[in-house]
Design a protein around this ligand. Sequence first.
Ligand code: SF4
Ligand code: SF3
Length: 542
Amino acid sequence: MFCYQCEQTSKGEGCTKIGVCGKTADVAALQDLLIYTLKGLSLVANAARQHKLDVTEVSRFTLQAAFSTLTNVDFDPARFVALIAKCVALREGLKQKVKQAGGKAEFGHAAAAFTPAATSEAMAAQGEKVGVKAPAADADAQALRELLIYGLKGVAAYADHAWILGKKDESVYTFIHEALAATLNPALGVNDYLGLVLKCGETNLKAMELLDAGNTGAYGHPTPTKVPLGQRQGKAILVSGHDLKDLEEILKQSAGKGINVYTHGEMLPCHGYPELKQKYPHFFGHYGTAWQNQAKEFAKFPGAILMTTNCLQKPTDAYRDNIFTAGLVGWPGVRHIADTNFKPVIDKALGLTGFTADAPGKEVMVGFGRNTVMSVAGKVVELVKAGKIKHFFLVGGCDGAKPGRSYYTEFVEKVPQDCVVLTLACGKFRFFDQDLGEIDGIPRLLDVGQCNDAYSAIQIAVALSKAFNCGVNDLPLSMILSWYEQKAVAILLTLLFLGIKNIRLGPSLPAFITPNVLNVLVEKFNIAPIKTPDEDLKAILG
Ligand code: SF4
Ligand code: SF3
């Protein structure tokens, strides 16, 4: 086994026996084999497009399959065996169509002709040979190839979320196929890959724009909303992950049954969507914090739990019977709901005690998406010009279990009173319930949303740069980012594509980046690892 795709990777080098995330060696190898099979499918899809053939089914499959290999999504070997078989079947079917359309029968690489072995074990052995250590021009090209593949997994994830909400863009899927196929060429060098990773960032911007249109089109623009962190007496369902459609379905299907619905992790910002919060009075509040605390938090939740994509951890015995997975999420032996009929979740909630008494708690504010923030842009500009707001910090990204992540809590605590903190994604749980107060009616802590809402944060930065008549890099704005999985990699590539400089990244730099590649990123984008909150604040504010 060798996997180093996430921030949590063992010793900052690579997981070699079992993933720190809980991924087993066979699942790691099957995921590598699936990516390899997708590369072969991509070669055929590229040829099919040249012959103007319809590749809709192949595109959707590619998104789902790549998303399944994202960290903390699917740990079930059986699901990967099925995905690999389907990938080969789609590839062979598409080959026939290409041939009938007068195209070639050979695709120049073994990946397009590969046959999976008969057993899961033998397939895992095949996967071991085609993983991250496959030949490349040199170590730097290999590093950039893996950076590209992880970025593509992130793009696939966002494009899949968007597809579920009816938003599609052929250019996104075309690039994913072209880039996956390109990684099969061992002659590609550093400059080729640099071009591809920036194009990946550009494509991700499109995917995120689609997703933004999907979310706001279906559920309205988020508005400032207070979310209770306490509990209400009654039966309960907890929904975690990022899939708004699943949350909506749970709300619809559980209405009028005496069940209160709570969000967990990245679902918190969903309380800000008018079509969710205002339509369903039993959509009550938020429970718990970020994904890495789920074992502790889920064990104490007295209701049913639904895990949508992405960050699932190994369920403990304390709640194994109460948890369900949906969409692309999977854990061997955990009940999976593939068709959005959530009756089993509702029945489970009705059979459990629920909360036996009201337990009032704090409240947090969500709903500062681009629409809301832009509506007060004029006032914000005035406050900056009057010297009342000195600087903006975007403190966002993933959370995780490492102790170094307390940097982000401390950073926000130390941000001076005349500065505003924008945040998004699950890293916010390091400080989300702090009362940072207001500056002339503008809250000092603005929750832009999920990691899926990074498009909204980018639009806010662009709007501010227009209001100040300067470039985004010239704004009094600093990005202090934390990464964990491959959605964050895709967002980072988007920021680089947009030419955003001076990003501070932590808690540690990716293990797959070589010193030479890091030098390129530093030279071109002045990207820097986080130091201490004091040092970084001093360097930024002077
Ligand atoms: Fe290790 Fe991360 Fe890979 Fe899991 S996803 S095996 S923690 S590098
Ligand atoms: Fe978090 Fe998984 Fe990345 Fe959506 S829930 S940001 S880690």
